[in-house]
Ligand binder design. Structure first.
Ligand code: PLP
Length: 237
């Protein structure tokens, strides 16, 4: 077995264990394979192992792979990087999901630029759950307003919430943040019935995230290996 396949099987195994531990069916939690900066050939290899959802956070890097792998019909691309307003068109045209929505203006542009002939663009609202100052995402109190807007826009489909918690090893702090996300998600999903996705949990904290109700974990390094620069954002992004 290749290192890539071993890594992939290990992550699937950890996810299954985490679900079993929390008495949740394994198919309730999607694995998003974060392939940013990694070559199309690696994505194709993981696709051949059965993986379908891939996450990219840098537009050009993602577009190169989407183009190169256009023959893989049921592959699903999730944009998980900061969305700049001058880059919304290719995102609206070529991705199936945007997980990092945080502004009204971007929501309107994505809806305008998504062809009504295509299935709606799936959207997660990014929440700054740790309320850190320079961090991306809406504050928890502002999530409702942005969800309401997205739910009204014709070519978007509101699917849920996403967060990147504080970078800390302190499990109690992480748990508090994941639980706050779960509560916010449940409250909003009661009002917006298209919401079915709570994206939280990465390599170091997937077990805790699954325990707190995550329905999508985002894993890069543990599948594809280390990147050449510090996680999560590439240079000049
Ligand atoms: C890079 C990235 C990940 C995956 O990070 P790893 O440490 O490589 O597993 C998850 N979520 C987002 C938003 C990212 O940018």
């Amino acid at each position: 077995m290749s290192t890539l396949e071993l890594n992939y099987q290990n992550v699937l195994h950890r996810l299954q264990q985490a679900c079993a531990q929390s008495n949740r069916p394994a198919q309730n939690v999607r694995l998003l394979a974060v392939s940013k900066t990694k070559p199309a050939a690696m994505v194709e290899a993981v696709y051949a192992m059965g993986q379908r959802s891939f996450g990219e956070n840098y537009l050009q890097d993602g577009m190169d792979k989407i183009t190169a792998l256009a023959h893989l019909q049921d592959i699903e691309w999730h944009f998980i990087g900061p969305v700049q307003s001058n880059k919304t068109r290719p995102i609206a045209e070529h991705f199936q999901w945007v997980e990092t929505l945080e502004r009204d203006k971007i929501a309107r542009r994505l809806s305008e630029q998504r062809s009504p002939q295509r299935p709606a663009l799936n959207v997660l609202v990014q929440v700054n759950i740790s309320a850190e100052e320079q961090k991306a995402g809406v504050l928890p109190d502002d999530a409702h307003a942005l969800c309401a807007l997205v739910s009204e826009l014709p070519n978007l489909r509101l699917r849920g919430l996403m967060c990147i918690p504080e970078a800390t090893d302190n499990e109690a702090r992480l748990r508090t943040q994941f639980q706050a996300m779960q509560a916010l998600f449940q409250q909003l999903a009661a009002e917006f019935p298209t919401m079915d996705t709570l994206s939280m949990g990465m390599s170091g904290d997937l077990e805790l995230a699954v325990e707190c109700g995550s329905t999508e974990i985002r894993i890069g390094t543990d599948i594809f290996g280390a990147r050449d620069y510090p996680s999560p954002y590439p240079p000049n992004n």
